[in-house]
Design a protein around this ligand. Structure first.
Ligand SMILES: [Mn+2]
Length: 420
């Protein structure tokens, strides 16, 4: 398939019921305050199926008994918009990116009448009106209405003959297996993260506060062509690093402490997710080194353990068992269960268009999946938090560490910092 997004749509269509219609919205920038809006982030499933970064668009796929019809609805640029916010994407441009023919791209103002026509006669679609409607019913919280049900409220309110289906599972399944194109974009995101982290190491000795180092990372990745952070940077020194999702990043730096960074750059919507822990003095002290080597061992051994056929449960246990046995050896814990005090998250997650990417954790690891491996130790009473995280591709017979060029050995880090 020449166009990757067309390929993604084809794969999805195979998984759909016949006599169905898929309605997917591209999302819009959420309101911030008075006349300001947050920066727009494309709904990832919409991007996966179109390659477009355009607000307020709708993708419609109709699968009938014998035919499939794909339509795109985009916003028409008005003279007012042209003057104030600039030109929106044209039908021609949208067609080039999506591989949806220009004749199947409409303006949003036409959506109601085309949808009515579809639901009334199925005219022009070579079908009787559909029986099923697919929405992405991802749920943020138990009692919040999924985004799609708000966007297409009139459909659920007025077309009660349609049976609602959730397309989230089908798209999530496909998104687990990264194409060559996706792996290329992810590699770029990871390589830019490496350059960003090198800038952080270069500045480590000069900075006095966590936020400065978070800024050093963002500054560098932006210069390298990244869209920005793939998630809120964690720049946590000393005891702050024992809070798993610490995002305040405003602590004064104590030179005797370790500093944990969990960050990543975003490239063409694809994310990277890397954790590294550095000594603020430039050199690990004895205790820091002992603990660091334990986490590093769990990281490296777990990466080696990754191969097709492994379950997440096995992978989690494998990494945790290393931490248990090593922490016992140094007398940090006596019983296995005590590890939960110092290590309280899982070994990793799927990575892709989302940092905690969609996917099914009950499936075995398979070729083409990209996951993170990120063991850690968080010892509050010693003011030490360590996590070492790499991005790993599951290959045919093992794994490939996509972030292997981001240094993590004690001697490499100390040598780099001594020259910075
Ligand atoms: Mn992660």
């Amino acid at each position: 398939m020449k166009n990757v997004f067309e390929g993604n749509r084809k794969n999805l269509i195979k998984l759909l019921k016949k006599e169905s219609v898929v309605l997917i919205d591209s999302g819009k920038a959420p309101h911030k305050t008075t006349d300001q809006y947050y920066h727009y982030t494309t709904q990832r499933n919409f991007f996966y199926l179109t390659g477009l970064n355009e607000e307020k668009c709708k993708l419609v796929i109709i699968k009938s008994e014998k035919t499939v019809s794909t339509m795109l609805f985009i916003e028409e640029t008005t003279d007012y918009m042209r003057q104030w916010v600039g030109e929106r994407i044209s039908k021609k441009e949208a067609s080039e990116i999506t591989s949806i023919p220009e004749s199947k791209i409409y303006y949003l103002s036409q959506f109601d009448s085309i949808f009515r026509s579809l639901m009334t006669y199925g005219r022009g679609f070579g079908m009787t009106p559909p029986k099923y409607v697919y929405f992405d019913l991802y749920r943020v919280t138990a009692k919040e209405t999924p985004y799609a049900l708000n966007q297409f409220k009139f459909v659920t309110d007025l077309y009660k003959e349609l049976k609602i289906k959730n397309i989230n599972k089908e798209i999530s399944y496909l998104r687990m297996f990264k194409s060559k194109f996706e792996l290329g974009e992810m590699q770029k995101a990871i390589d830019i993260t490496r350059i960003g982290l090198e800038n952080v190491m270069n500045k480590l000795a000069k900075r006095t506060n966590e936020f400065q180092l978070a800024a050093d990372f963002l500054h560098q990745i932006t210069l390298e062509g990244s869209q920005g952070n793939s998630f809120n940077t964690i720049a946590a020194s000393g005891e702050n690093a024992t809070v798993l999702h610490y995002e305040s990043n405003n602590g004064e730096l104590n030179r005797d402490s370790l500093m944990l960074f969990d960050l990543g750059s975003l490239y063409n919507n694809y994310g990277s997710d890397i954790s590294r822990t550095y000594p603020l003095s430039g050199k690990f002290n004895e205790r820091q080194k002992i603990l660091y080597e334990i986490v590093l061992k769990a990281n490296k051994e777990s990466i080696k353990f990754v191969k097709p056929g492994i379950t997440w449960k096995e992978l989690n246990k494998f990494g945790k068992d290393i931490l248990i046995s090593e922490c016992k050896k140094i007398g940090l814990i006596k019983d296995d269960a005590e590890i939960n005090k110092y290590y309280f998250h899982s070994i990793g997650h799927f990575l892709g268009l989302d940092t905690h990417d969609v996917g099914q954790y009950d499936l075995v690891l398979s070729e083409g999946m990209v996951i993170t491996i990120e063991p850690g130790l968080y010892i509050k009473e010693e003011g030490i938090g360590i996590r070492i995280e790499d991005d790993i591709l599951v290959t045919k017979d093992g794994s490939k560490n996509l972030s292997k060029n981001i240094i993590k050995e004690v001697k490499d880090i100390e040598e780099y910092l001594s020259k910075a």
